[in-house]
Design a protein around this ligand. Structure first.
Ligand code: URA
Length: 437
């Protein structure tokens, strides 16, 4: 078989055979197919797409390109949750402990942040001592004993995806539904859980810009999961504003703790309760979503979710007194209020602008080598639907950087412009726009 023939077949809109797709994945993983052919192939898929069968095979081939985690020694249904990347998305840190408190086994491998989106691993590392590098046996024991572990992807999971994703990132081929769906699902399937809940974001700052594209991606991923015998469901949520109030590592951990203490922001609590209910249904612990919601709310009220977060932090070497006393997290040197220049109602808060702003304040990485300032970020004071009077505080930004006047003005300008203020009252939508399954 020759790679050039496979490229030409896809370029001309052909449907690839299982052998051809596996030939590519194996050859590329083992450096037998060069980057220039892989980029031409990715571009051909970008333009010509793939059918469901091709996507399922691509996913399966990438899933098995490296190690596959075996969670079968842990009794019960193992649940996982994945977000396609948002701003202020601290969901796993609240949802995981809550579903574990209700009896589910939450075994999650998370990622790091890049660009305007944060990553759960970086956020967790703002807790002193916390490690996310845990060997397999300890990971399995922790999930068995306390019901939850959130760790980094171990050495050799989906090496094909790692290579292909890095290549797509620099060849203009990220925004392709077959390749995004197979990339995400190969990692989720290799991580070994029985049930997967996907939070597919759309809008500014998300991969998918429209609800329709998000629905399309979600349907593809649910079909892949189902065809490979995992209970896969999806929710569609918008990024027309950051999730909750806090954006930035330690700030988001504090908001997750507040939420588990019954003091979370409205939209975030709504997401955690509704998504948690689906995970409990998938874990067969709740008969339906309504019952699941009641269970999650109870785990917030009785603080059993908070106790699970504390137990996880302790098991992973973190200092649990930070969970008891979140005021211990160090604050940034500069905390600056951004003031509204007009009155009205908040219609939209551009997540991309807020995410990029937080990154520039030190909370994120522009490249994988950059260091993160755990205390940096943004705390919103107004959300979509809120009334604003000229002179009100829109947000506070936290930074340890000594910004020049020019830098400060530029950041404040883009953060101000992130707020779209309408004259008339604005309706607030439910956080979940649709459910796939
Ligand atoms: N996230 C992934 O893991 N892969 C993609 O292709 C896009 C987003």
């Amino acid at each position: 078989m020759r790679m050039v023939d496979i490229i030409e077949k896809k370029r001309d809109g052909g449907v690839l055979t299982e052998e051809e797709i596996r030939f590519f994945v194996e050859g590329y993983t083992h450096d037998e197919i060069p980057d220039y052919q892989a980029s031409a192939f990715a571009m051909a898929i970008y333009f010509k797409g793939m059918n469901k069968h091709e996507i399922a095979i691509l996913t399966d081939a990438m899933e098995h390109s490296g190690d596959v985690v075996d969670l079968s020694s842990i009794p019960g249904v193992k649940v996982d949750k994945h977000s396609t990347g948002g701003v202020g998305d601290k969901t796993s840190m609240a949802l995981g402990p809550l579903v574990a408190a209700c009896g589910a086994k939450f075994a999650k491998m998370s990622g790091r942040g890049l660009g305007h989106t944060g990553g759960t691993l970086d956020k967790l590392e703002s807790i002193p001592g916390m490690t996310i590098q845990i060997e397999k046996e300890r990971f399995l024991k922790q999930v068995k004993d306390i019901g939850i572990a959130i760790i980094g992807q171990s050495g050799n999971i989906t090496p094909a995806d790692k290579k292909l994703y890095a290549l797509r990132d620099v060849t203009g081929t990220i925004e392709s539904i077959p390749m995004i769906a197979s990339s995400i699902m190969s990692k989720k399937l290799a991580a070994g859980s029985d049930a997967i809940l996907l939070d597919v974001k759309f809008g500014s700052g998300a991969f998918m810009k429209t609800l329709e594209d998000a629905r399309n991606l979600a349907k593809h991923m649910v079909e892949i999961g189902d065809s490979l015998n995992r209970d896969t469901r999806a929710i569609l949520t918008d990024m027309d504003q950051p999730l909750g109030l806090a954006v930035g590592n330690a700030l988001e951990v504090k908001e997750a703790i507040d939420t588990l203490n019954g003091k979370g922001p409205r939209d975030f609590v709504e997401l955690v309760v509704k998504a948690g209910a689906i995970s409990l249904e998938q874990a067969k612990l709740a008969k339906n979503r309504e019952e699941g919601e009641e269970m999650i709310k109870k785990a917030i009220d009785d603080r059993s979710g908070l106790a699970k977060l504390r137990a996880m932090v302790e098991a992973q070497g973190g200092d649990p007194t930070y969970i008891d006393h979140p005021e211990k997290f160090p604050l940034a040197k500069h905390i600056v209020a951004l003031i509204a220049k007009e009155s009205g109602y908040v219609e939209r808060i551009d997540s991309m602008a807020i995410g990029v702003g937080a990154m520039k304040l030190g909370a994120g990485r522009a490249t994988m080598e950059d260091k993160i300032d755990m205390a940096a970020g943004i705390v919103l004071n107004k959300k979509v639907g809120d009334e604003v009077e000229e002179g009100d505080i829109l947000l506070q930004y936290h930074t340890n950087l000594d910004l020049s006047e020019k830098e400060r003005k530029a950041i404040e300008k883009s953060l101000s412009e992130a707020f779209e203020i309408a004259e008339d009252k604005v309706e607030v939508h439910p956080i979940i726009h649709d459910y796939i399954k």
